[in-house]
Design a protein around this ligand. Structure first.
Ligand SMILES: [Zn+2]
Length: 51
């Protein structure tokens, strides 16, 4: 299956892996802002990777 990863390059940590079939980039950006608020608040660079 094809996946995308949410990755915080400041923490150097993978925050989650998502099937591209079910998660659009818009959806992933929502997930980032709801689930990874600590990284967002601290101004980390959270990116979406296509491994
Ligand atoms: Zn972070």
């Amino acid at each position: 299956m094809e996946v995308k990863e949410i990755y915080c390059s400041t923490c150097k940590k993978k925050l989650g892996t998502y099937n591209v079939k079910y998660f659009s980039n818009d959806r992933l950006n929502e997930i980032i802002s709801y689930n990874h608020t600590r990284c967002m608040r601290e101004g980390h660079s959270v990116i979406i990777l296509r491994p």
